[in-house]
Design a protein around this ligand. Structure first.
Ligand code: SF4
Ligand code: MSK
Length: 645
């Protein structure tokens, strides 16, 4: 923020207003009521199954059970320090950790590949069109694709082919690496974490961890960083870029979040998963007059689409579709008894939804060969027939409205207003509104950097990741965020963390009233909420670009910035891939759930300290959210002190 901008700031006359936030206790009360109804409907939920899983296996929990070959399973105990082949605790825990990172990278990257295929078949009169031509042209220029005088769809095809080649090219490193600062690129090359083709890093990780290969934990951790990089600076970045090109780069828009977005008098359809190619079509189908009329003919006031997990993040950022909730809310949504259909694509889908849907009138529709679930209705989504299929499914959902049993319906009233849709382009646009100056073609982060230098903002935190029943759902996300906001730390959020923030009300502009004075002034001046919604899990790639661009504008290395990442409730293998590329990018990552390697002191040392010698960053692990928040603040202050600000 420049001085003239600061001079224009006036003290806020309503600074004592307390926003109407939703507490975790209120969310838990809603969940308890739904649970009561679940018992009445004979439905089982995740907490029942978690209880029946107790005690959980300490060998698995510590990462020292190996079943990689059929001589095993081998477990490391006091009297057995090695498996049958001689692998020790460090090798076994390290291999397991790398396999998690590789699986996570595969999931995100395959999602990115699917979107690349959809872009390849885009056409002016087909189901999928190019909605952000400028972004496509920028990427074409970056990749040396000729655009002059060419049809935009020819350009799209060539760009998507180059993108698809990134998965299996025999030589060279990933193209997107050149977007990082020069220092990062050199460091990645020097330390051997620059990824080659995406599929190659995933295959190499599986190869390294088969029986009789790598037993050196340091090499396993280094490859974890590399396969993570293939995700964050490869498959995920591709997913984000191509999704923006196809469906439009998100802009700030208003929405609502939590179960209260379900409507008693409307046909409720939930979209859940990650890949927006199908959910986009469902949203468009529900907007057609034909289906709206059909809904009214069935006695409903209309069709209400709501999202869960990252599919929700995708469609809310581009259409304002309201969000029913995050990962551990998926069963609660069905327990309302008010959902006519839940359509899922890939990732983070409980197989338990099939039995749960059967307790109500809800139709559970799976659409991807990647996520086949017994008990679901399987309608394989094909991009060529996507709109037709979406129309048919929405029609069936409407037809199912009359089967709803009013006696089983309970929709909690809780919902919060949120402003979502802050990709880098939107953040720059908002900041440009402050200075009205363009440093270069992409704009400048100077106002944000000046605010941090002046101490108006102490720093920024990327809040990401899932829910995990090992901790109170959403509690760590929300309590850590409140603590950071109160200490003038700006937050960018994605995935289920973003939804936790939205459910609590932290993505409303009113949430500035719980912020420290500096952050509140920035929010008022720029007109933003204090927690900026950057999208789905794959969109953490946006955050990587953001920190690299800020480091470039500031003229320091990424590791020096008072900017860190935090995943307080993570559970997925994708989170392991993410944590690895975030650390490889030079960003300290604070975890509230322990990675399953604690049976190996060497692995614990490597992921918390050892990576610092490779990338300049590492994990800080603390399962107490208050202590984790304090550690984040201390980490930010230490970085500020080192910069002399
Ligand atoms: Fe046991 Fe070694 Fe086989 Fe693992 S790879 S199951 S430690 S024999
Ligand atoms: S949906 S990966 S539970 S963030 Fe992306 Fe949420 Fe984690 Fe799935």
């Amino acid at each position: 923020m420049d001085n003239s901008a600061k001079a224009n700031m006036t003290p806020n006359p309503t600074s004592n207003l307390a926003p109407n936030l939703t507490t975790v206790e209120q969310m838990e009360a809603d969940a308890a009521k739904l649970k009561e109804l679940a018992c009445a409907a004979c439905a089982e939920t995740w907490d029942d199954r978690r209880a029946s899983q107790q005690p959980q296996c300490v060998f698995g929990e510590s990462g020292i059970c190996c079943r990689i070959c059929s001589m095993g399973p081998c477990r490391i105990t006091k009297k057995a320090s090695r498996g049958i082949c001689g692998a020790d605790a460090h090798a076994i825990a390290g291999r397991h950790y790398l396999r998690m990172a590789a699986a996570g990278s595969a999931a995100h990257s395959d999602h990115g590949r699917e979107i690349a295929h959809v872009l390849h078949m885009a056409s002016p009169d087909g189901n999928y069109r190019v909605r952000d031509e400028q972004k496509l042209l920028r990427l074409a220029a970056e990749w040396g694709v000729e655009t002059e005088g060419r049809d935009i769809y020819d350009v799209a095809r060539e760009v998507s082919e180059i993108g698809l080649a990134e998965y299996g090219k025999p030589f060279g490193k990933l193209r997107f690496l050149s977007r990082a600062t020069k220092e990062r690129q050199e460091l990645w090359e020097r330390t051997g974490v620059s990824p080659r083709a995406i599929d190659r890093e995933i295959a190499a990780s599986l190869h390294m961890t088969t029986m009789g290969n790598t037993a050196d934990p340091e090499a396993l951790v280094r490859q974890s960083l590399r396969v993570g990089m293939a995700d964050g600076w490869g498959g995920s970045m591709m997913g984000t870029e191509f999704t923006d090109i196809l469906f439009g780069t998100p802009t700030a828009r208003a929405t609502e979040s939590n179960l209260g977005v379900l409507e008693k008098d409307m046909v409720n359809i939930i979209v859940h998963g990650h890949d927006p190619a199908f959910s986009e079509m469902v949203v468009l189908a529900a907007e057609t007059k034909e289906l709206a009329d059909y809904a009214r003919s069935k006695g409903a006031k209309g069709i209400n689409i709501a999202g869960l997990c990252c599919t929700a993040n995708e469609v809310t950022m581009r259409h304002g579709v309201r969000m029913a909730g995050n990962f551990l809310q998926q069963e609660n949504a069905l327990l309302t008894g008010a959902v006519e259909m839940i359509c899922v694509d890939v990732q983070c889908i409980f197989p338990a939804l099939a039995a749960l849907a059967g307790c109500f009138h809800t139709k559970f529709v799976t659409t991807s060969p990647i996520a086949r679930i017994p008990g679901s209705i399987y309608v394989e989504f094909r991009p060529e027939t996507a709109m037709e299929q979406a129309m048919q499914l929405v029609r069936e959902a409407v037809g199912n409205f009359e089967n709803r049993d009013a006696a089983k319906v309970f929709i909690p009233a809780s919902k919060q207003a949120a402003v979502v849709g802050y990709p880098n382009e939107q953040i720059i646009r908002e900041l440009d509104g402050v200075t009205n100056s363009h440093v270069d073609a992409r704009g400048s982060y100077a106002p944000a950097i000046d605010s941090i230098k002046a101490g108006v903002l102490r720093g920024a935190v990327a809040m990401v990741g899932c829910n995990n029943p090992k901790v109170r759902p959403d509690y760590s996300h929300i309590e850590i965020m409140k603590e950071l906001l109160g200490n003038d730390v700006l937050i960018v959020a994605s995935g289920c963390s973003a939804q936790a923030a939205a459910k609590a009300g932290l993505m409303s502009r009113e949430a500035r009233f719980i912020c420290g004075a500096g952050l509140r002034r920035v929010c008022e001046l720029v007109g933003i909420p204090p927690v900026l919604h950057m999208g789905a899990c794959v969109d953490i790639s946006r955050m990587m670009l953001l920190v690299n661009e800020i480091a470039d504008d500031w003229g320091v290395d990424v590791t020096q910035l008072p900017i860190v990442g935090c995943a307080p409730e993570w559970m997925s293998e994708k989170a392991v891939a993410i944590a690895n590329y975030v650390v490889a990018t030079g960003i300290d990552t604070y975890l509230g759930i322990e990675p399953q390697v604690k049976g190996s002191e060497r692995m614990m040392e490597l992921i918390t300290e050892g990576t610092r010698k490779i990338t300049g960053a590492g994990y800080v692990i603390n399962t107490d959210p208050r202590e984790l928040a304090a550690a984040i603040l201390a980490g930010i202050e230490a970085k500020r002190a080192a910069l002399g600000i």
